[in-house]
Design a protein around this ligand. Structure first.
Ligand code: BDP
Length: 744
């Protein structure tokens, strides 16, 4: 054809026709590819399984019966309203269902058939306004939602409703999760309310892109290109957080840089806030206490100085001009070299109130950290935060929360709960958990943290008698606080799979789910996460779930069993370093384990530092008495003779060996279990986890050998015959150096 025309036509025209016909072909090809692509996306085939999608995978449901049940139950969507959050919810619902069901549901104006999903608030949806849901919506609260199977116009429908738009988005995610995890959906009657008001991630991200204690690449925030370049990941990050109910993010490191409070950076922060806003995610910043000097040019940062107070007020006004819904400040002061009010002879309360006064007119809060300790103080480090903060109860402005780490030392694999919980009834205390695995194998070890979080939240402080749970100190119930908060130090970086280890995503997920409702179990959260992230194949779920649930105890066993703590390598915290005895005393390991020829452990009973005295009766008595102290905390509270008889009948030394060896054996068992799961999930993530488990085993052996060989120099006792012998000497382990360990 082309040849025939070519003979008679002028060259220019000839070229054009040739080009047009070529373009038309190309165009049809593109259309075909797009259609195939869309089909594949709907069926969940197209994406590389690199973990980017987290738990928000909406792949086609492959169980025929379930699929047909869902397809009968849901035939259309009725959703009006047009706010950014509602539009986000609408898109999520429509895309999610299109992926899961393989067809895109129509949006309908009226309910004329069974199977409509009715979505919105009484303000956005006339249908919901007509359904008389006030009581239920009231029970759901400001951010909560209801999901109910109901009759409207005589037709069966499913209602996802909330008082506010953000509740609708949370409800949509919850509803999609029901399908992702293949729940029965015929009679739904869900009212879900977050128990804690501020549910925050804390990023320890620096302005140069590095992340303190980050093991998943560099910071997500591309400060250099902001505000002009908005990475698509910002939205995906906000979406993932909204899907688990996280409603705030502190963008910057607690070891703060005042520069983030300058206009140039505030513009960048504002750009992030704008992306996050439809997802209900507020931004917060860390405030460097010396900012008035460093960026304000004042001679002092004294909290009682009039000029300093004015500076912070103006700074807050400026921040709120950039970010009208700015959440507030997180502050690390007079801790590990950070400046603070004590530099000027003032108290933590005076420091916190200075900033609180500045953000109060705008509705902001101040989260003031209780992570303080001083090596010039002769006092046991575990006691110092309590001593410092308890006397200040009642002295804080009402927009101040005190943010307390879960245990009295520092995010160790196991710590007893922090004694401050329950002793400051007039101050809202926030929980600070560490999601990033600084002390739990970085992003290389599979460690599911929900059991650790639950152990602390469910601990009984006895502050008002039995049943005064840490969780109820945090959620404000115990002392009737309306302001409440929980923070998790983020494990997110710019690694393609966000968290480094494919299973580390479970810890971000679990943190959010527990922040929303601390009564949920580690089991259910693990089950949901596995189904959403990998597959609903029961043959995969059961063994993978038991791996998850056992993993934290296993790690405690091969790192710090029986209440041992702070045995890690100097500064980078990578690997074991029980021999560390140089440098600042409270950063050494010998300060904590106190091993000698008689025994091992820190005597915090009344005959020692009496840290147990900071707990309420009867906790104090239980921990303080060697006979009643739970063995998982034994060496935290007691210096125990090597020959002490343990509940198992073994001596302490034998028990220590037993724990370290069983830790390693359990990692080996995890590896075996994982091998049996081959073929049940995609090869990409399967082999990634497989490789990491191998490293975990090597490092577990390293921990076990290094610690036991070192402690043996004190106990002078043999490692029992039945165990494999360490294949390296103590000297070998002691000379290992890791100048480039990540996260510093
Ligand atoms: C320690 C970390 C350190 C943090 C500190 C904190 O090693 O990098 O700055 O906690 O919480 O565990 O302030």
């Amino acid at each position: 054809m082309q040849k025939k025309y070519a003979v008679k036509m002028p060259n220019k025209l000839k070229c054009k026709i040739l080009r047009d016909s070529h373009n038309a072909k190309l165009f049809s090809l593109i259309i075909i590819l797009v259609v195939i692509g869309e089909f594949l996306v709907l069926c969940g085939f197209a994406q590389a399984e690199d973990g980017y999608r987290l738990w928000l995978r909406y792949d086609l449901i492959t169980e025929a019966e379930k699929l047909s049940a869902y397809k009968t139950a849901f035939i259309a969507i009725n959703m009006e309203g047009n706010s950014p959050t509602l539009n986000t919810a609408r898109k999520e619902l429509s895309n999610g269902l299109a992926g899961l069901l393989g067809t895109r549901l129509a949006f309908v104006q009226a309910i004329t058939k069974h199977g409509v999903i009715v979505v919105g608030t009484p303000q956005s949806s006339p249908m919901i306004a007509a359904l008389n849901l006030q009581k239920k919506l009231h029970a759901a609260g400001e951010e909560g939602f209801i999901i109910h199977s109901m009759n409207a116009n005589g037709k069966k429908c499913t209602v996802i409703a909330a008082q506010n738009d953000i509740g609708v988005l949370y409800g949509v995610f919850h509803f999609l999760r029901l399908l992702q995890t293949r729940q029965d959906i015929n009679v739904l009657s869900i009212i879900s309310t977050p128990k804690i008001k501020l549910r925050l991630l804390n990023h320890w991200d620096n302005l140069d892109g590095s992340v303190e204690r980050g093991y998943a690449g560099t910071s997500l925030w591309d400060w250099h290109k902001l505000p002009d370049y908005i990475s698509p990941r910002y939205k995906d990050y906000a979406r993932a957080n909204a899907s688990i109910g996280i409603n705030g993010t502190v963008l910057t490191n607690v070891n703060a840089n005042a520069m983030v409070l300058t206009a140039r950076y505030l513009e960048k922060v504002a750009a992030l806030a704008e992306v996050f806003r439809p997802y209900g995610l507020k931004v917060y910043l860390t405030a460097r206490f010396s900012a008035p000097v460093e960026i304000g040019g004042l001679p002092t940062a004294d909290p009682l100085d009039a000029q300093v107070r004015a500076w912070w007020r103006h700074k807050a006004d400026e921040i709120y001009r950039f970010i009208p819904d700015f959440g507030g400040f997180l502050v690390k002061a007079n801790s590990e070299g950070q400046p603070g009010p004590q530099n000027y002879g003032r108290t933590h309360a005076e420091g916190a109130n200075l900033l609180a006064e500045a953000v109060a007119p705008h509705g902001g809060v101040v989260m003031w950290r209780a992570f303080v300790y001083d090596n010039n103080m002769p006092e046991d480090r575990a006691k110092q935060a309590y001593n410092e903060f308890k006397p200040l109860d009642g002295k804080y402005r009402n927009n101040v929360l005190i943010q307390v780490k879960n245990g009295p030392i520092d995010f160790q694999p196991r710590e007893p709960f922090h004694p401050l919980f329950g002793v400051m009834p007039r101050t809202p205390l926030m929980m600070e958990f560490q999601i990033t695995q600084e002390y739990l194998g970085f992003a290389t070890h599979l460690v599911y943290l929900a059991p650790l979080f639950k152990e602390v939240l469910d601990a009984d402080t006895y502050a008002h008698g039995e049943g005064s749970l840490v969780a109820n100190v945090i959620d404000g119930k115990l002392d009737q606080h309306t302001l409440s908060g929980i923070a998790g130090v983020s494990n997110i970086g710019d690694d393609r799979n966000w968290c480094g280890h494919p299973f580390a995503q479970a810890n971000w997920f679990a943190f959010g789910r527990l922040a929303w409702d601390h009564r949920q179990t580690a089991e259910i959260i693990a089950d949901d996460w596995l189904r959403m992230t990998f597959t609903n194949n029961e043959k995969f779920i059961a063994p993978a779930q038991s791996m998850l649930l056992a993993s934290r105890e296993i790690t405690v066993n091969y790192m710090t069993p029986l209440g041992l703590h702070h045995l890690m390598g100097w500064s980078h915290h990578y690997g074991p370093g029980p021999w560390i005895d140089q440098g600042r005393a409270d950063w050494t390991s010998v300060y904590y384990h106190r091993a000698d020829s008689l025994g091992i452990g820190f005597n915090r009973s009344p005959s020692g530092s009496d840290a147990v005295g900071q707990y309420f009766f009867p906790v104090r008595q239980k921990f303080g008495d060697l006979a009643t102290c739970p063995e998982p905390y034994l060496l935290w509270f007691h210096h125990v003779p090597w020959q002490h008889k343990m509940k198992s009948g073994r001596t302490l030394w034998e028990e220590l060996c037993f724990k370290y060896y069983s830790g390693v054996d359990s990692v080996r068992a995890m590896r075996k279990t994982w091998e049996t799961l081959a073929g049940m999930i995609d090869d990409e993530r399967f082999s990634h986890v497989q490789a990491l488990l191998k490293i975990q085993e090597q490092e577990a052996v390293w921990w076990r050998n290094a610690c036991l060989l070192y402690f043996q120099t004190f106990s002078k006792l043999p490692i029992p015959q039945e165990y494999e012998k360490p294949d390296r000497t103590l000297e070998y382990y002691m000379q290992l150096k890791f100048p480039y360990a990540p996260g510093i």
